[in-house]
Design a protein around this ligand. Structure first.
Ligand code: UDP
Length: 239
């Protein structure tokens, strides 16, 4: 059996990753494909924590642009991440992967509250832990949540799954065909060049806590496994 490079990972799934081609809402086929890919790495013995975004349903900043108070719009965004998390939980459990959803805003009827030591215990028992509702505060993102939770649970890496783009480019490759793909970058490069990998709060947290990030394309089945086994696909951002 292949030996994974990492024992504990945080997988960051943007809301769009669950939307598939339609670009909005939850595509059950796409969610099933992601769940199968996650199962592959759980079966390797890797401890998997997941942070799910909500942009396929609601983004605070867009809501604020329509006149909704920004903090309220952000809370709506956090609720969107809970819907996505429940969809992913359902899909994972239907293929026999035990999961727990933990939310940063208490909603005990549907999920556990976020408790660090409990999350770690679940991971040690082979359960996938899905962190929902961001960090529970407006004005933050689920990228920042991934960085914060990765630091908190001592994950070795954040795998940042992208839809239909296979890494970080010097410019948007769908607009600029001559854009160059980076193999490796530093968090300072990301911050200084304003590369759209993650927001600056998230990048600073990763840099300060020495958490590497791998940006890769999740649309190719098997890629989560490839990254976890140490295959160099996508872009690695470190130090
Ligand atoms: N959000 C928030 N605080 C957090 C995490 C998320 O306010 O800690 C809100 C914010 O409005 C954001 C929305 O939830 O726009 C959805 O998250 P995000 O945009 O990070 O999702 P993604 O882009 O990954 O789909």
């Amino acid at each position: 059996m292949s030996t994974p490079k990492y024992k504990r990972i945080v997988l960051k799934l943007s809301g769009e990753a669950l939307a598939g081609e339609q670009g909005y809402g939850i595509d059950s086929e796409v969610v099933s494909s992601i769940a199968r890919q996650i199962k592959e790495v759980v079966d390797l013995g890797v401890q998997v924590a997941i942070v799910v975004g909500g942009g396929n349903i609601w983004r605070g900043i867009s809501g604020a642009a329509k006149g909704i108070d920004r903090a309220t719009a952000d809370y709506m965004g956090m609720l969107a991440t809970v819907m996505n998390s429940l969809a992913l939980q359902d899909s994972l459990e239907s293929i026999g992967v035990p999961t727990r959803v933990q939310t940063s805003i208490e909603m005990r009827q549907i999920a556990e509250p976020y408790i660090r030591r409990k999350a770690i215990r679940h991971l040690e028992k082979g359960r996938v832990v899905i962190f929902a509702a961001g960090i529970g505060n407006p004005f933050f993102s689920t990228d920042t949540t991934a960085a914060l939770r990765a630091a908190d649970i001592e994950a070795e890496v954040i795998l940042m799954a992208k839809n239909n783009v296979d890494g970080v480019y010097s410019a948007d490759p769908s607009v600029y065909p001559d854009a160059v793909k980076y193999d490796t970058l530093t968090f300072l490069d990301v911050l200084n060049q304003g590369l759209g990998v993650m927001d600056s709060t998230a990048a600073s947290l990763c840099m300060d806590n020495d958490i590497p990030l791998i940006v890769f394309n999740i649309s190719t089945e098997g890629n989560i496994r490839r990254v976890t086994l140490g295959e160099h696909i996508g872009t690695v951002v470190k130090g």
